[in-house]
Write a protein that binds this ligand. Structure first.
Ligand code: ASP
Length: 344
């Protein structure tokens, strides 16, 4: 058994590798080699680190399925040669990317850890160093020669979360992410406290299968009191829409106006998949618990249970990309594929 882990560090962009333009004050991405210069500690770690960078690093607001395909492509090509992967990414869309990667990397049995920071690496008060160094340590963890983490995780501010359970909840606190519906996988204190019962334990036998067909014909509609009929109609009649993620109130409730239920029902009959997820950051959809969700159950909305919106979007793109028949799309959507939702 070899002693030092082999880690591939993939830099996509984000604040972690940004510099300030002193004239305008705006942050923009800079060359990855600067990152290495800024953290000489990286090379003191007990692992071998190879780095690869996006040619043009991006602010994660520009993230999209083509870049996701690039990231999983890099992981796929290097899968056999590395023990773990750390993806440096802007925090703004990190939860979407973590969710997407979890679906696109089928049979993943090695760690893929996303991290970033709220302050640039060169800033005196930066959170980047701790995030990066601990993410690499987590990606290097093994027990009995096997990786401890065999899934896509997101490490930020002393916590490793299951990536597809996270949401960015704060634009300025160092603790920028939450996973309200699933426990933390690892907490970093004096020691790394590993929450073993909650880790995915995918076996490696099947081998990684990288899936890059993500179909973006997905929309999100967040309900609010007083939402105009014309607006709802415009969204539901959008050309080529295949999946609508409906962000409902509380445990999956919506207003019961006849026009609203009817347009949802007609759209479903015309082949649109409508997924019920809650706009709350924690808790699950329970269709039928209230009268205000019973109609949604009757017209056969897909139950998004405790999925985050980020995971729902990624799962929709992934399942659409598989071109499944309608009934299978629903069956796959309502069951956990990568630990992204509760079983029942
Ligand atoms: N706008 C930045 C990005 O998401 C913020 C960050 O890196 O945290 O790329």
């Amino acid at each position: 058994m070899k002693e030092r882990a082999n880690i591939l560090l993939i830099y996509t962009g984000g604040t972690i590798g940004m510099v300030k333009d002193y004239e305008t004050g705006a942050l923009s991405a800079f060359d990855f080699t600067e990152l290495q210069k800024n953290i000489p500690e990286l090379f003191q770690l007990d692992c071998d680190i190879t780095t690869v960078s996006f040619k043009n690093p991006i602010d994660s607001s520009n993230m999209n399925p083509t870049y996701w395909a690039d990231i999983v492509g890099i992981i796929g090509e290097n899968y056999a040669d590395f023990d773990g992967f750390v993806v440096l990414h802007g925090s703004d869309t990190m939860s979407f990317t973590a969710s997407a990667l979890s679906f696109m990397l089928e049979n993943l049995a090695k760690p893929v850890i996303l991290t970033g920071s709220q302050l640039p690496i060169g800033d005196l008060r930066t959170d980047a160093k701790e995030n990066l160094i601990t993410a690499i340590q987590i990606a290097s963890l093994t027990e009995n020669g096997q990786p401890v983490i065999r899934e896509v995780g997101l490490y930020f501010e002393y916590k490793l979360y299951r990536g597809n359970r996270t949401t960015k909840i704060n634009a300025e606190h160092f603790q920028a992410f939450r996973s309200l519906n699933y426990p933390t996988l690892i907490e970093s204190g004096v020691n790394l406290k590993i929450n073993y019962p909650y880790l995915l334990s995918t076996k490696g036998e099947k081998g990684l299968h990288v899936r890059t067909e993500m179909d973006s014909r997905v929309g999100i509609l967040k309900l609010f009191p007083g939402m105009a009929r014309e607006f709802v109609e415009a969204v539901l009649n959008a050309k080529d829409l295949k999946v609508l993620i409906l962000e409902t109130y509380g445990a999956g409730n919506a207003f019961t106006d006849e026009w609203f239920i009817k347009i949802l029902e007609d759209s479903i009959l015309n082949g649109l998949h409508i997924v019920n997820v809650t706009q709350c950051v924690g808790g699950a959809v329970v269709m039928g618990q209230y009268q205000t969700s019973e109609r949604l159950r009757q017209i056969q909305l897909i139950n998004g249970k405790d999925l985050t919106t980020e995971a729902a979007v990624a799962k929709a793109m992934y399942l659409l990309g598989m071109q499944l028949p309608s009934s299978q799309f629903r069956a796959f959507f309502e069951r956990p594929l990568r630990g992204e939702m509760q079983q029942n």
